[in-house]
Design a protein around this ligand. Sequence first.
Ligand code: F6P
Length: 193
Amino acid sequence: PRSIFLTRHGESEYNAINRIGGDAPLTERGRRYAAALRDFFILQKFTDLKIWCSQKIRAAQTAEELKSLFPTEYWKALDEIDAGICEGLTYDDIIQRYPNQSADRERDKYHFRYPSGESYEDVVSRLEPVIMELERQGNILAVSHQAIIRCILAYFYDRPLNELPYIDVPLHSLVKLTPRAYHCDSTVYKFNP
Ligand code: F6P
């Protein structure tokens, strides 16, 4: 059976100071995760693994050590949810500057669209071609972002849309999905880089 591996990028400079979005590089710890991921896939001995990476710097740096070993493609559709006017802010900044939007998001996180940005619903529609392709492919590792992986997991786990934005996808963990006839097996590998 083939497997779909999903991971967020390693810790970025923005993760370390709680800022959302942006295009920050990895921290030292994030780079150690990239190295651990490379070692993991070397041990797995896949001959036919393909890597799909977002176009953000933090994701590209996470895949950097793997790209000489496996064919790698960079998909804009795997970029993190666009937080529009909130890009680069912390959640505290957002509450301070945009209390109404903040409350709206809490009420209906799936449909809330960041001004000049996206909602989870928007992300689900931009991921449609990615998911269709994932269904057809063999072994894939997707290196992407929290909101994106939530949407992909909700599809394979068949989770309701109102729960989708709350699926737990911590940094430095790797999910392995193995699609079966009527369900999907999953294993989570946790790293402590
Ligand atoms: O904080 C990291 C991050 O990937 C942000 O870039 C993104 O806006 C956020 O997580 C998505 O999570 P939530 O929808 O829970 O804010």
